[in-house]
Write a protein that binds this ligand. Structure first.
Ligand SMILES: [Fe+2]
Length: 391
């Protein structure tokens, strides 16, 4: 994944920040969640204890069975209790008096486990067996699990009701934080790829292209001004032809970069006042190919390579580098060709004076250019004149 390798430290830093963020949120809510879950636990446990107390240990038949040591009856009753409350671990009858005064039962704990001692009454709650106590042990942690609690009872934890002590299930929030970090990172990568792509594109479409044109301008002033003019004229023609915004952007870039290959042409040939020799012209003719080769290095500019490569092709096949004809020449290249020729004819050159726009258009009507595009140029000539402040 290229973005991970190229932006490694950015992602490591972001991952740590996101992780800390999740941990902070988790810690903040952990306490509230724990308090709530312990309340729920207490309600469930209280209900279970009350049920066992009023349903079984205030029941004349069971009291009598215990007094008479009717093991079969007692066992049946205990089985019934356990089937009603699966969180009960064991039930015993102790041969000792209840060691508490108030109420029907008493809850005890060693911090981790929970026992309840019950006085054994008749159904009216009046007659009690004085020398026997029922002892029921609940599996407190199973009750916690059943409500999906993020805490468990464990000795040495935080003190809470009934002498129970609890600790947080740290693994839980760590896991949530970890998962959160992964999700956060994926979202961020997606955002990052989108962001980088759009910024990169915007950069190439605006600043980047301007800088490239300026670099060309240092060596070849005419080409820099000419490229900006061609760009404006090409976009204007594209608008009149009803092209979409995306295509207009590509035309703008094509215009600015159509002669980029000229950076490989020696200065004395580019700015030669007189006529070029055949050899010199051959060197000039390489610039579309060189320009296309340069642009192929930039995936963001791949859509304009063909416009740059074929901007000197002519519809009768007399152009270069490949001698394409008519529709074989891509539309953008035909538009750039018209803008290019118009701007060149209406500009002062070392070897000739500029033509008036009207004369230039008349001349172009005789040239092997896409005449539909020349026609658009002719129709809107007054507006196009205003696009060229540099003539
Ligand atoms: Fe050119």
């Amino acid at each position: 994944m290229w973005y991970l390798s190229r932006h490694r430290w950015f992602f490591v830093g972001a991952a740590i920040l996101i992780f800390l963020g999740f941990v902070f949120v988790q810690l903040h809510y952990q306490k509230k969640i724990e308090t709530y879950q312990l309340k729920v636990f207490r309600v469930i446990a209280q209900c279970s204890i009350d049920l066992v107390s009023s349903g079984y240990f205030q029941w004349t038949e069971l009291k009598m069975a215990i007094e008479q040591n009717d093991k079969e009856f007692i066992e049946e009753a205990f089985k019934e209790i356990k089937s009603l409350d699966p969180y009960i671990k064991k039930i015993e009858i102790l041969d000792q008096p209840p060691n508490f005064e108030e109420g029907y039962y008493h809850v005890e704990s060693d911090g981790e486990r929970i026992w309840v001692r019950f006085k054994i009454y008749d159904s009216m709650g009046e007659d009690m067996i004085p020398n026997k106590t029922a002892l029921v042990e609940w599996d407190a942690n199973r009750i916690l699990n059943s409500i999906g609690a993020s805490v468990r009872f464990k000795k040495g934890g935080k003190k809470t009701f009934w002498g129970l002590e609890y600790v947080s299930n740290k693994n839980d929030w760590f896991f949530v934080s970890f998962q959160g970090t992964i999700v956060g990172m994926i979202l961020m990568m997606a955002f990052h790829v989108f962001f980088v792509n759009s910024v990169l594109k915007a950069h190439y479409e605006t600043e980047g292209l301007e800088r490239i044109v300026n670099i060309v301008g240092r060596k070849d002033h005419y080409t820099a001004i000419h490229s900006r003019n061609v760009s404006k004229i090409a976009v204007f023609l594209g608008e009149k032809m009803g092209l979409k915004r995306k295509d207009l952007k590509a035309l703008e870039a094509s215009g600015k970069l159509h002669d980029i290959g000229k950076i490989a042409v020696p200065e004395h040939i580019l700015n030669k006042p007189g006529k070029l020799s055949n050899e010199e012209f051959e060197v000039i003719k390489r610039h579309p190919q060189i320009g296309a080769d340069i642009l192929r290095e930039y995936p963001e500019l791949s859509s304009i390579v063909s416009a740059v490569l074929y901007h000197h092709e002519r519809i009768d096949g007399s152009g270069y580098p490949e001698g394409l004809k008519n529709d074989e020449i891509p539309l953008f290249a035909r538009i750039i060709a018209v803008a290019d020729v118009y701007d060149a004819l209406t500009s002062d050159r070392p070897y000739r004076k500029s033509l008036k726009p009207e004369d230039a258009v008349n001349l172009m009507k005789e040239m092997p250019l896409d005449q539909k595009i020349v026609e658009i140029l002719a129709t809107h000539l007054s507006e196009i004149k205003n696009l060229k402040p540099s003539t």
